[in-house]
Design a protein around this ligand. Structure first.
Ligand code: NAP
Length: 285
């Protein structure tokens, strides 16, 4: 199976490398040329346009920033290259955006599976992403070898839109857990309480989540430099959850507060840093 990876940002590059290592024939394309050049140096084929990449592949994986990036990348005449192929959308977009995309892909004579992922660069490199798929069961089965190379147990959630919604539900937890832990840690530090003692008690309680320890060094050093998942993309996902949950009649007040905190963090220059920089917006120094 030949795979085209469109979008060679953080995740697209990691996924293209993983697929190449797993023996797939991979061709990558990126809007700006630097990322493709890096992969070409590793023996991975690259294309000069998305249409050229699609023409070389059976399955097209999208690792683009958002729905606007997808619409620009697949705009005519690229759309025509899709006929007869499978398109797997792996970025984080809203359920309604995914359903609209599915309709456009079907009109182009191609098949569509949404397969957003939980996990980041280390998980992509090791084939341990949690993959949530939405689309026809038969198509999911035909995509399984590709998906299993990236995540051990890809799961079909249901119809197109349902996996996209589940991914937003997960990322709302990333934002929520990060924000509530940051506020608690901030109070602990302001009160001069030993952080080790706080963490020991927390680890022994039902309130603990592993993400707290994973990011603890970053909060303590106020250093969020090497981003696997940048704050600007967390803002995107918080906004998608805000809109989608609002349409579902869910109280938007908590997510609106998270959105405002992400915006303050980005205004303070943390947009390209790790999302845990949310701490700086919630616990100003
Ligand atoms: P990223 O590093 O910012 O890469 C974004 C990609 O989108 C780049 O290839 C960029 O191309 C491309 N792009 C942006 N606007 C475009 C446009 N108008 N036309 C064409 N290409 C455009 O983001 P990422 O971390 O790889 O994430 C990709 C997707 O996966 C996002 O939806 C993100 O939320 C999701 N995701 C990320 C992670 C993670 O840990 N990073 C985990 C799970 C899901 P240029 O290089 O030319 O800008």
């Amino acid at each position: 199976m030949k795979i085209a990876v469109l979008g060679l940002g953080l995740m697209g590059t990691a996924i293209a490398r993983r697929l190449h290592e797993q023996g797939f024939a991979v061709v990558g394309w990126n809007r700006s040329p630097g990322a493709a050049e890096a992969l070409a140096g590793e023996g991975i084929a690259t294309a000069a346009s998305p249409g050229e990449a699609i023409a070389m592949a059976d399955l097209v994986a999208l690792l683009l920033a958002d729905a606007d990036a997808i619409a620009e990348t697949l705009a005519p005449p690229t759309t025509e290259a899709l006929a007869g192929r499978i398109l797997v959308q792996m970025g984080t977009i809203a359920p309604d955006e995914s359903r609209d995309l599915a309709a456009r892909i079907a009109a182009a004579g191609a098949e569509y599976l949404e397969a957003p992922v939980l996990g980041s660069l280390p998980e992509a490199g090791a084939g341990r992403l949690l993959i949530m798929a939405g689309g026809e069961a038969d198509l999911f089965e035909r995509c399984r070898p590709f998906l299993a190379a990236l995540g051990e147990s890809p799961q079909r959630i249901g119809a197109v839109g349902q996996a996209a919604a589940l991914k937003l539900a997960m990322n709302q937890l990333i934002a929520g857990l990060t924000a509530t832990f940051a506020a608690s840690l901030g109070l602990v530090r302001r009160e001069g309480i030993a952080v080790d003692q706080f963490m020991d008690l927390l680890r022994g309680s039902a309130l603990y989540a592993p993400t707290f320890d994973k990011k603890l060094d970053k909060y303590l050093a106020h250093d969020y430099g090497s981003a696997n998942f940048p704050l600007k993309h967390l803002l995107k996902d918080v906004r998608l959850f805000h809109r989608t949950a609002g349409q579902a009649g869910i109280d938007n007040a908590p997510i609106a507060a998270l959105e405002a905190a992400c915006l303050r963090g980005i205004a303070a220059g943390h947009g390209d840093e790790d999302y845990s920089a949310l701490y700086e917006a919630l616990v100003p120094r």
